[in-house]
Ligand binder design. Structure first.
Ligand code: ADP
Ligand code: MG
Ligand code: MG
Ligand code: MG
Ligand code: MG
Length: 441
């Protein structure tokens, strides 16, 4: 252990790092960090750095509010946009109680537990998230929904500050160990997507958090506001975070079977069935805001109905056409407001429920579900995703498996946050109501 600590310390010295950000996520996936001077790193690595857990959304109760951050040495990265003379670096941390136990409410710990369970059966969970976001203008230094450009899917706009931000992001993220596959303008004006190569779920959840932090910082440097709000503007496509996923066993993609139906293995089918079985509860985690449900409506490429397909892009779970190493299922409902640790944890647990219990999925839906009539959908037993945060919140409470994955503490906190959010929203008087009712009543 002390060799590892020495290695970290000399790395910091070689890189001329003057300050270190210790990062972690609250229950809602919001990035938190405390900065320490490099001199304090030895203490951080040996004893941890204490903080007040009761001030973090969804963490400790007041009576046990002292908690510890323990930096994970494997997550060391220089912050590429920090001043070269006064380098800043970051570590992502695990959260511990003062008794030295991993904190049950730490999202990273919850994901790690599910990864270890799958590993006992020989499986590695790989995920590839597709990050969509908007770049809006700042107005008097404040975020707005003013469009930065009016381009569309794959458009090239050479003199646009939005393109500059995307390029800055790709460069900085590459320096931070991301393997960028593609970046492009998305369908909606001012909307962008950056895809990076898939990897193990814990490392990818760390990358999602890092991605959001980088996007917000680098956009600001060019006078723009990066937002991961799922549906900022009515009438145009919202931002999703499709999660491509697969299981690996014995260094092979366990979803691929050249002799299977659609060249999919039993494992792939069972995993998909598990995702479908638990999708209502997953939705509370993968779509955690009131606004998330304004995206999950017909007409904008976002999923609405529960089903899977190997042919159809509109399905909740799509199996893209690549096979071999790239055989995967793409869950298309999550949006980038989700906590990626919790989202990957419940997805893995749901999929493994299918694999362990050999659950057969429903028939794949190879028609355009959106063009079917409600009667046709009913005849095929196609359900809808939860319509709003309250429905999803209730669905999670009904899902015993997912509740046990999250643990009593986290379920109670998520339920509290969900109920408060829904109550607050329900009481708000919206612009829609004013326009609709004020002139008429
Ligand atoms: P789309 O066609 O849905 O726009 P993209 O090309 O934007 O898809 O993203 C595909 C994602 O799937 C990438 O992040 C890629 O790394 C990931 N991916 C590829 N193979 C696998 C796999 N075997 N397991 C998980 N993710 C994968
Ligand atoms: Mg994509
Ligand atoms: Mg693509
Ligand atoms: Mg996209
Ligand atoms: Mg996709």
């Amino acid at each position: 252990v002390s060799d590892e600590i020495d290695a970290v310390l000399s790395q910091l010295e070689n890189d001329n790092v003057r300050s270190v950000l210790l990062q972690f996520s609250d229950l809602e996936g919001k990035p938190k960090n405390v900065a320490i001077p490099t001199k304090q790193m030895k203490k951080a690595l040996t004893d941890g750095i204490s903080f007040d857990g009761s001030s973090i959304q969804g963490f400790a109760r007041l009576e046990e509010s002292d908690m510890l951050l323990r930096p994970d040495p494997a997550t060391y990265q220089i912050i590429p946009w920090s001043d070269e003379k006064f380098r800043a670096a970051r570590f992502i941390c695990d959260v511990y109680t003062t008794r030295g136990e991993p904190f049950a409410g730490d999202p990273r710990n919850i994901l790690r537990t599910q990864i270890e369970k799958a590993a006992e059966l020989g499986y590695t969970f790989n995920v590839g998230p597709e990050m969509e976001f908007f770049l809006f203008r700042l107005v008097d230094g404040h975020a707005s929904v003013n469009l930065q450009d009016h381009s569309g899917y794959f458009d090239q706009t050479p003199t646009d500050p939005g393109e500059d931000v995307r390029r800055d992001l790709v460069i900085s993220l590459s320096e931070m160990g991301f393997n960028i596959e593609a970046s492009h303008h998305e369908v909606a004006p001012s909307q962008h997507e950056i895809d990076f190569t898939y990897g193990d779920a814990l490392g990818m959840a760390d990358k999602v958090v890092t991605f959001k932090f980088a996007a917000k910082t680098l956009a600001l440097k060019r006078g723009l506001h990066a937002t991961f709000m799922p549906k900022p503007i009515f009438g145009i496509n919202g931002s999703g975070m499709h999660v491509n996923c697969s299981l690996m066993k014995d260094a092979k993609n366990a979803f691929f079977d050249p002799d299977g139906d659609h060249q999919l293995s039993d494992t792939a089918r069972y995993f998909i069935a598990g995702l479908l079985k638990h999708i209502d509860g997953i939705t509370r985690i993968a779509n955690p805001t009131v606004n998330s449900y304004k995206r999950l409506i017909p007409g904008y490429e976002a999923p609405v109905y529960v089903g899977w397909s190997a042919l159809n892009r509109s399905a909740l779970i799509r199996v893209p056409s690549s096979r071999g190493k790239s055989t995967r299922a793409e869950l298309r409902s999550p949006d980038p407001t989700c906590n990626p640790y919790l989202t990957f944890a419940v997805m893995l647990a749901a999929g493994m429920d299918g694999v362990i219990n050999k659950i057969e999925p429903t028939e794949s839906i190879d028609k355009n579900i959106f063009r079917m009539t409600p009667a046709e959908r009913a005849a095929e037993g196609i359900r809808c995703l939860p319509w709003n945060l309250q429905e999803a919140n209730n669905a999670l409470l009904q899902d015993e498996l997912l509740c046990s994955v999250l643990g009593e503490h986290v379920v109670a906190q998520i339920n509290r946050i969900g109920e408060l959010e829904w109550a607050d929203y329900s009481r708000a008087i919206t612009d829609w109501e004013i326009k609709r009712y004020l002139p008429n009543y």
